[in-house]
Design a protein around this ligand. Structure first.
Ligand code: ADP
Length: 267
C-alpha cells in the first residue's frame, strides 16, 4: 500500500511539474509576444516623427528657392516640432528603463503641494490653452517629502492628458486635502472619461484606450511613467470616473510629512 501511495504521489508530483512547465512555457510565450509588440510600437513611435522630419527637410532642400517664406517656415516648424516629439519620446523611454531597473533615485526634499501645482500649471500653460483651470488647495496642508522634479512631471502629464482628451474651453480641476496622515491630490477633467475596464490598464506602458486616441499625439507612456515616479516617492496613483458628470479623475495619495511647516529642505 505504501508503495502504491508513493507511486501515486510521484505521479501527482510529475503532473504538477508538468503543469508548472506548461505554465512556464505559456509565460515565456506571452513575454515574447509582449516584447515584440513593444518593439513594434517603439519602432512606430520613432519612425512616424522621423518620416515627417525627413519629408520636410527633403522638400526644403529640393525646393527651397521656389517656396514662399511662409511655406519654408511651416516646413521648418515641422522639423522642430517632430524633433521635439522624438526627443520627448526618447526621454520617456529612458525614464521607463530607469523605473524598471529600479535605478530611480528620487531627490527628496520637503515641499507644499500647492507650490508644485503652481509650477506645473505654469509649465503647462501653452498646452492648457483655452481650458479653464480651477484650483482648490487649502493653505494648511502638511508638507510632502517628494522629488519636486518628478512630482511636477507627473502633474504635467496629468494636465497634458486632461487638456488633450477634454474639449477646448472645458474646466480642468485640481483639488487637494489631507486626512489620516496622507495628502490626496486630484486632477479631473470634463472629457469623455476612461471606461471602467480600462481604469487600471491605462497605467500599462504603450496602452491607449481607443483608436480615436491614436490620432492625438501621445505614446501611451505618460501614465506608466507617472505611476513609476509616484510609487518611487512612496505614494499611489489611480484613475477613476467622475460621479457628478462625464470626465476622468486621477487621484494621487502621498504620505504626509510630520516635518515643521516652513521648512523646505531635508533636516
Ligand atoms: P498617451 O496620452 O501618450 O497616449 P498616457 O499613458 O498618458 O499616454 O495615457 C494612456 C491612455 O489613457 C491614453 O492614450 C488615453 O486613451 C487614456 N487617457 C489618459 N488620460 C485621459 C483622460 N484625462 N481622459 C480620457 N482618457 C485618458
Amino acid at each position: 500500500l505504501l508503495d502504491a501511495l508513493a507511486d501515486q504521489a510521484a505521479v501527482g508530483i510529475e503532473r504538477t511539474q508538468l503543469a508548472a512547465d506548461v505554465d512556464k512555457a505559456k509565460l515565456a510565450a506571452e513575454a515574447d509576444r509582449l516584447r515584440s509588440a513593444l518593439l513594434t510600437s517603439i519602432s512606430h513611435d520613432l519612425k512616424t516623427p522621423l518620416a515627417a522630419i525627413m519629408g520636410a527637410a527633403g522638400t526644403l532642400k529640393e525646393f527651397a528657392p521656389a517656396l514662399a517664406a511662409a511655406e519654408r517656415s511651416d516646413l521648418l516648424s515641422t522639423v522642430i516640432d517632430e524633433s521635439e516629439r522624438l526627443n520627448r519620446f526618447i526621454a520617456n523611454l529612458l525614464d521607463m528603463t530607469r523605473i524598471e531597473s529600479g535605478a530611480m533615485e528620487p531627490n527628496f526634499a520637503y515641499h507644499y503641494v500647492g507650490d508644485i501645482v503652481g509650477s506645473a500649471l505654469n509649465r503647462a500653460k501653452k498646452i492648457i490653452g483655452t481650458h479653464k483651470t480651477e484650483v482648490s488647495i487649502p493653505d494648511d496642508l502638511p508638507m510632502l517629502r517628494i522629488d519636486p522634479v518628478l512630482f511636477e512631471q507627473v502633474l504635467f502629464n496629468l494636465l497634458d492628458n486632461a487638456a488633450k482628451y477634454a474639449p477646448d474651453g472645458s474646466a480642468l480641476r485640481i483639488q487637494a486635502w489631507s486626512d489620516d496622515g496622507s495628502v490626496t491630490l486630484q486632477v479631473m477633467d470634463e472629457g469623455p472619461g476612461i471606461p471602467v475596464e480600462d481604469l487600471e490598464r491605462v497605467f500599462d506602458s504603450f496602452y491607449r484606450v481607443s483608436k480615436g486616441d491614436q490620432v492625438k499625439a501621445g505614446t501611451g507612456l505618460g501614465l506608466s511613467i507617472s505611476r513609476g515616479f509616484i510609487e518611487a516617492m512612496g505614494g499611489t496613483i489611480a484613475a477613476g470616473q467622475r460621479t457628478d458628470r462625464s470626465g476622468a479623475v486621477f487621484t494621487i495619495r502621498m504620505p504626509a510629512s510630520r516635518s515643521v511647516p516652513g521648512m523646505d529642505t531635508r533636516p
